[in-house]
Write a protein that binds this ligand. Structure first.
Ligand SMILES: *Cc1c(COP(=O)(O)O)cnc(C)c1O
Length: 416
């Protein structure tokens, strides 16, 4: 039997507990949606003021040099690199995840086209976050005629799907809905062993689980900064490309920021030889600047500690739901095995949407993903063991009292 006292005792010995004070969270809220939009680092307010008042307001256009706005995508890429096991100069923060996925897959397809033109299949999961599939579909229509997308049903189908026709495999490291975590090294070995290249979407794993794209010999990786990395709403995403492919770096959005000599104003495109070639046009500097605040917090810890607490919190969440809510027919969607679990916990419930709305009305913020999946993100830097206890008590109350069964909790907003 797990008790509140048990949870409080774990908080008392939590080596990451002090990090919560670096985030600005509203009182009375238990925030279980940091996997969708991370909480605000307290430094973000002062940093935003500095960028707007001083860099923009006072220094105006001088800030491209004086504040090195020009170098920001790669400076942030270097700050982010340790979180994914990348080296210096291998990563840029720019554009959106959707766009970066497009660029990375386009590059991978082009590399394969020159080496193995007979390989014409891109393998992805049907259960991938839809934008990933949509971007591949658009890519196939515009740049990769003759190629086709093959969707696999679940992780277990991967080994059978990758064969002598596969050019590129595109996978989410952690599945956005179920929280399933792929074994990156095992997948890379499989994919490379069969002559294909891999593009990883790290949106739900960066800042949540330890990642080593270099040691596992990944080819390309992309991901968000506004989820576990707390970069702010719509903050630019990142792209990493393995330097072993540098001679073949290429991306279709050949804008001037990716040019080798952008201020020579040449009429012909000549790509920058390095990772900057994945930039396109002028960056959203205010939003981009704020990415540093979340990354600065991660620099003070290491991902092994974050992972240990993440697993302890998700274990606790799963055990408490089993203990407190057993009568209510919640089906755990997230893998129970640590090796296959990311940092969120999902349950199916036929009225999941309304249950989540009723929880939000009580100050417990999770979210809902079709079909029927209630999703609870676990962010070890600003959640406590007692938070998990209280969240499950609210869930129990909502279910015991059928609080969710009201028309106001069934009305859908634009964003679920
Ligand atoms: C959040 C998320 C995205 C979002 O892409 P944007 O271009 O930032 O809107 C893409 N893929 C996955 C797997 C995600 O979790």
């Amino acid at each position: 039997m797990i008790t509140l006292e048990h949870c409080q005792a774990r908080d008392a010995s939590d080596e990451l507990a002090a990090f919560r004070s670096q985030f600005d969270l509203p009182a009375g809220t238990i925030y279980l949606d940091g996997n969708s939009l991370g909480a605000m680092p307290k430094d973000a307010m002062a940093h935003a003021n500095h960028v707007i008042e001083q860099e923009w307001g006072r220094d105006l256009i001088n800030s491209w040099n004086k504040a090195d706005w020009w170098g920001l995508p790669t400076r942030l890429g270097d700050l982010l690199a340790p979180l994914i096991g990348a080296g210096k100069g291998e990563c840029v923060v720019t554009d959106t995840t959707s766009l970066n996925l497009f660029k990375a897959v386009a590059n991978a397809v082009r590399i394969q086209r020159s080496r193995h033109p007979e390989r014409r299949v891109i393998v992805a999961e049907r259960d991938a976050f839809p934008t990933d599939l949509y971007m591949i579909q658009g890519l196939l229509q515009s740049f990769a005629e003759g190629y086709r997308l093959e969707l696999i049903e679940g992780a277990d189908a991967l080994a059978a799907a990758v064969d002598a026709n596969t050019a590129v495999v595109v996978l989410s490291h952690v599945n956005y809905r179920s929280g399933y975590l792929f074994d990156m090294r095992a997948v890379n070995d499989l994919v490379h062993g069969r002559g294909a290249l891999i593009v990883w979407d790290l949106c739900h794993s960066v800042g949540a689980v330890p990642i080593d794209v270099s040691a596992t010999q990944s080819d390309f990786a992309i991901g968000c900064t506004y989820k576990y990395l707390n970069g702010g709403p719509g903050s630019p995403a990142f792209l990493w490309a393995n330097p072993k492919h540098q001679a073949e770096f290429w991306q279709p959005l050949s804008g001037w920021w990716g040019h080798a000599r952008p201020f020579q104003m040449e009429s012909d495109y000549a790509a920058h030889p390095g990772i900057r070639s994945f930039l396109c046009g002028t960056q959203p500097i205010v939003s981009l600047s704020l990415v540093a605040c979340g990354l600065d917090i991660f620099r003070q810890t290491d991902m092994q500690k974050v992972r240990r607490k993440s697993l302890a919190l998700t274990d606790l969440f799963i055990a408490l739901v089993a203990q407190e809510c057993a009568a209510h027919g919640l089906t755990l969607v997230t893998p129970t095995e640590h090796a296959y679990r990311g940092s969120h916990v999902s349950f199916r419930h036929p009225d999941g949407y309304a249950v989540v709305q009723a929880l939000i009305a009580r100050g417990v913020i999770g979210d809902y993903r079709e079909p029927e999946v209630m999703r609870f993100g676990v962010t070890p830097l600003y959640l406590s063991f007692a938070d998990i206890w209280h969240a499950v008590q609210h869930l129990k109350a909502v279910l015991d009292r059928r609080e969710w069964d009201q028309p106001k909790f069934r009305a859908r907003g634009h964003v679920t």
